[in-house]
Write a protein that binds this ligand. Structure first.
Ligand code: DGT
Ligand code: CA
Ligand code: CA
Ligand code: ZN
Length: 464
């Protein structure tokens, strides 16, 4: 139909022209309009997934760092705080006065429109629709500028107030006592001026990080390097795009010690989930593969559907034979809260369950979290020793930051998994780790930072 924009798509659906195409009907038009409505409701046309912003922002950052006279450059703002979505990108540059950085920024090939152009402050819109604000500061202000533009606003205000108590003025240009600058070259100097250690950007939301810093109890956050394996992924046996062998080879090349291959159960018909016999064959293939693999151990897993009534979509004997059982909701996302909660609680009560996958079912900008009593579900998981997933798919990031923190406070062990459907998606681990860090998650809180034996102990402790 020659449609190239969402506006055109909406117009075509409203004027009932889409149903004239073979294979499309009134139902499709309805679904398209619903989806467009959901995007507006979720603010999707204004915020982009952080992983998407990274593709544009990190390329632009490399470009800027290569401009003559640029000494340092960083992406600040919500991107640096690792929020799941970002409204715009804020890039900070430390450059010599003579540097052509502002002009080069405006001339970047991806720029669609220059919104504001000046020597120290510019703003553009990229062809991808993402807006980028650029600030150029001298080296003596770089740390305070980075702190200021990293935010959050609430954190900044709290730090500035602390500064006032110390008789200091803190802004993006530095830390000042009267008219004399006493700091601001680095972020360490900014925090140091108010008697605090450096606080990781992920925590800067005015959610207690200043008190924790003052009392010496900032969490030592989990890092990507401490992840030893990935516990959810799919292969061509269900809806993955690559074979078991290919996924295992990719994971081994990444230096992982173990992975769990978790193809879907039969209820997910559209993805050709495995039935009992299918899982038996898959387990045999995994056993043979393990015999060949030098370093990696492949756990025999499944991502089993939680049916609307809370029962599991696989028989007990097969569940028992598996090394790792992830249970997730993939249907009936719109049940009323009491039913949805009861559904998941019932699934958690099954003795074979190891991990609760993507617990709220949200898809950023497309589908809100299910209505459920998450606190009740997390407490049940804690009581039963069920691990809870932080799904690292950039559109899921489920649990979200606050739920991660709630889970950790309940003593739950989290699992950060990519839910990869291809080898490339194994790299999504980064987004999951960042999300967990926003939730104050430490290495010890994450099951897949443990060596295989410790992980298996944890899984067995959970089987009841
Ligand atoms: P976003 O872009 O909506 O995802 O969120 P941010 O946090 O990146 O917000 P943005 O781009 O409006 O501003 C970047 C940072 O600049 C923000 O995190 C804190 C700082 N900032 C902006 N406006 C103010 C303000 O009025 N007061 C203070 N203290 N800081 C501000
Ligand atoms: Ca921003
Ligand atoms: Ca901004
Ligand atoms: Zn799933």
């Amino acid at each position: 139909m020659g449609i190239t924009s969402l506006t055109q798509l909406e117009r075509a659906a409203r004027s009932k022209r889409i149903r004239e195409i073979r294979g499309f009907g009134a139902k499709t038009e309805e679904r398209i309009l619903e989806e467009l409505q959901a995007r507006v409701a979720a603010g999707a046309e204004h915020r982009v997934a952080r992983a998407v912003a990274a593709q544009y922002g990190e390329a632009l950052l490399r470009y800027l760092r290569a401009v003559p006279g640029v000494r340092q450059a960083d992406i600040a703002g919500s991107f640096r705080r690792c929020r799941d979505t970002v409204g715009d990108l804020d890039i900070l540059v430390d450059a010599e006065r003579a540097s052509p950085v502002a002009g080069r920024f405006a001339a970047y090939p991806e720029v669609e429109r220059v919104l504001e152009h000046g020597a120290t402050r510019s703003s553009v819109r990229l062809r991808s629709g993402i807006q980028v604000d650029l600030r150029v500061l001298p080296a003596k202000s770089y740390g305070s500028g980075l702190h200021y533009f990293t935010g959050s606003k609430a954190h900044n205000i709290a730090v500035r107030r602390l500064g006032q108590q110390h008789g200091l003025k803190i802004n993006e240009y530095g830390v000042f006592r009267g008219r004399r600058q006493v700091g601001g070259r680095t972020e360490d100097e900014v925090f140091g001026a108010v008697g605090l250690p450096w606080i990781p950007p992920e925590l800067r939301e005015d959610r207690g990080e200043l008190d924790a810093a003052r009392e010496g109890r900032l969490p030592r956050l989990v890092t990507l390097a401490s992840i030893r394996g990935d516990l959810q992924m799919h292969t061509t046996e269900s809806d993955g795009r690559e074979t078991l062998d290919a996924m295992a080879a990719a994971a081994e090349a990444m230096g992982y010690e173990y992975i769990a291959v978790t193809d879907h159960s039969p209820a997910l018909r559209m993805v050709r989930g495995l039935d009992r016999a299918g899982f038996r064959r898959q387990m045999t293939r995994i056993d043979r593969l393990n015999a060949r693999l030098a370093k990696l151990t492949v756990l025999r897993g499944a991502e089993v559907d939680i049916r609307p009534d809370g029962s599991l979509d696989l028989d007990d004997a097969t569940l028992d034979a598996l090394d790792l059982v992830v249970v997730s909701v993939h249907s009936k996302f719109d049940l009323p809260e009491p039913q949805q909660t009861a559904r998941i609680l019932k699934a958690l009560a099954h003795p074979a369950v190891d991990v609760l996958g993507h617990p709220t079912g949200r898809l950023l900008g497309r589908r809100p979290a299910m209505r459920l009593d998450l606190d009740r579900i997390l407490r049940e998981a804690a009581d039963r020793g069920v691990l809870v997933e932080v799904n690292a798919q950039p559109e899921r990031l489920d649990l979200d930051d606050l739920a991660c923190r709630a889970a950790v406070n309940l003593g739950i062990k989290l699992v950060i998994s990519t839910d990869a459907h291809s080898m490339a998606e194994l790299r999504f681990m980064r987004w999951g780790v960042d999300q967990a860090r926003r939730g104050w998650v430490r290495k010890a809180d994450v099951a897949n930072t443990r060596p295989l034996e410790r992980l298996l102990e944890l899984l067995h402790a959970g089987r009841h």
